[in-house]
Design a protein around this ligand. Structure first.
Ligand SMILES: NC(=O)c1ccc[n+]([C@@H]2O[C@H](COP(=O)([O-])OP(=O)(O)OC[C@H]3O[C@@H](n4cnc5c(N)ncnc54)[C@H](OP(=O)(O)O)[C@@H]3O)[C@@H](O)[C@H]2O)c1
Length: 414
């Protein structure tokens, strides 16, 4: 059997980051003990995955170290992790059966061979041992068994691939901010890259709590000119501004604001920093770094395409770093979840997540139109279109390197 992998250039290779390659390799006829061979049926792809590519060799994130690229290509290319659904087609682990449907942090391939931890397995999930990566990456090593997953339904598979990887970041980020009383009563949350799913899910969750608990917080999104109408149409923000219109933000000296940065756009952050530095603008109570959606390969002339980029250091605005800009706090969900696991009963965490997810699956239906793309060449082209032509946020992608749908797949369209 032949495998096909969508391989992305490493920053250190000098190859243009947009020059992804389809690489054929052989699928082994038999597998070592405690391994599974997965047929990767479909996976979601968004700016999040492009960020994984940009940070693939970054010493903190190391996204290329989750799945090895085909051997002859691995010095110059990596596999970008993707969230997707798969079927077990071979298993040499006594606890995993052929035919099981699973969800996890997979790779853009047709087949994926994974080691399975001999003991780290239960009825809900099994784990891939990755001793070379830090222990806090454990959520990425988990392969979820759909048959026992309370969040699984065939009808919402596509929405799951798009939202699940980022929704929990938005969810726990809102929980983190709320736990601090929105930083002692901030009156506004300003969210950049407002059209990204991570940003608008955060807006959705802040608004949800507001209507439930009566918290007084205004939700403002900042986005590119081309995405203003989309953001307004979502109906999740109270108001929307363009990146270039920082000066139009409502200035009020007696307010405290929280800034959540999903774009990671140094130019915009510098302007915002200068704006907050004025004596006539609100106090910035917190500045949170949540993403880098502006760090896409199509922006390579505008950002540093370097494996040596410093995570938090890069996020400090350049130029006049005045006293008005607090230290940027990177939010990394696994770390906050570790804290919450010590404070909340696991059953309570599960109950909250189940309730939030069920509601999301009802509420999200009109936000993004899901587009399925099948076949290696079509996926490669879709990647180019997405990165170079700035495909709009109204589309969400479910890709597959297989040429067509399997029986039953069409049922899971939204
Ligand atoms: N901290 C974490 O653990 C965590 C978890 C999940 C996601 N994230 C991060 O959050 C960010 C957003 O991820 P997402 O999956 O929510 O993204 P998404 O929905 O695919 O976001 C797309 C948005 O990215 C912006 N963008 C900038 N340059 C673009 C380009 N060349 N092509 C397409 N879009 C471009 C646009 O927003 P605007 O025009 O509004 O700027 C666009 O609407 C990523 O950087 C991701 O890594 C972080």
């Amino acid at each position: 059997m032949t495998n096909v992998s969508l391989c992305s250039p490493r920053a250190s290779s000098g190859i243009r980051p947009t020059q992804v390659e389809l690489v054929n390799s052989l699928v082994p006829a038999s597998i070592p003990s405690n391994h599974v061979l997965l047929r990767v049926d479909r996976f979601g792809f968004s700016a999040n995955n492009v960020t994984y590519q940009v940070l693939g060799e970054h010493p903190h994130f190391r996204y290329f170290e989750f799945h090895p690229a085909p051997h002859s290509f691995s010095a110059r290319y990596g596999l970008v992790p993707v969230w997707g659904f798969a079927t077990v087609v071979m298993s040499s682990h006594p606890g995993v059966s052929v035919g099981e449907r699973v969800y996890g942090y997979l790779a853009p391939t047709k087949y994926l061979l994974l080691p399975v931890s001999p003991k780290d397995i239960n009825k809900y999930a099994f784990y891939i041992p990755r001793p070379h990566l830090p222990a806090d990456r454990r959520p990425y090593n988990q392969i979820i068994r759909c048959s026992t997953d309370a969040q699984y339904s065939l009808a919402t598979e596509d929405a799951t691939m798009l939202y699940r990887p980022l929704f929990w970041t938005s969810y726990w980020c809102e929980d983190w901010l709320h736990t601090s009383g929105y930083r002692n009563g901030s009156s506004r949350i300003l969210i950049s890259s407002a059209s990204s799913k991570t940003a608008f899910c955060l807006a959705y969750l802040v608004a949800k709590r507001r209507s439930k608990e009566g918290t007084q917080i205004h939700i403002t999104g900042v986005t590119s000119k081309r995405n203003v109408e989309y953001c307004k149409g979502l109906g999740l923000y109270d108001d929307i501004f363009e990146y270039d219109h920082v000066a139009k933000l409502p200035a009020s000296t007696n307010e405290r604001w929280i800034y959540v940065d999903v774009a990671g756009n140094a130019g915009f952050n510098t302007q915002l920093n200068a704006w907050f530095g004025s004596p006539y603008t609100p106090t910035l109570a917190a500045s949170v770094s949540l993403g880098f959606s502006s760090l896409t390969p199509s922006q390579e002339d505008k950002v540093s395409w370097s494996a040596n980029t410093s995570y938090s250091g890069d996020q400090q605005p350049q130029g006049d770093t005045s006293q008005f800009w607090p230290v940027v706090e990177p939010f990394f969900m696994p770390e906050w979840l570790d804290v919450r696991r010590k404070e909340l009963d696991i059953k309570e965490i599960t109950r909250r997540q189940r309730e939030a997810w069920a509601q999301l699956m009802v509420d999200c239906v009109s936000w993004v139109k899901i587009q399925r793309v099948y076949g290696p060449e079509k996926v490669k082209k879709a990647y180019g279109d997405m990165v170079q032509n700035n495909v709009g946020p109204e589309k969400g992608f479910a890709w597959s390197l297989w040429d067509g749908e399997r029986e039953g797949d069409s049922l899971s369209k939204l």
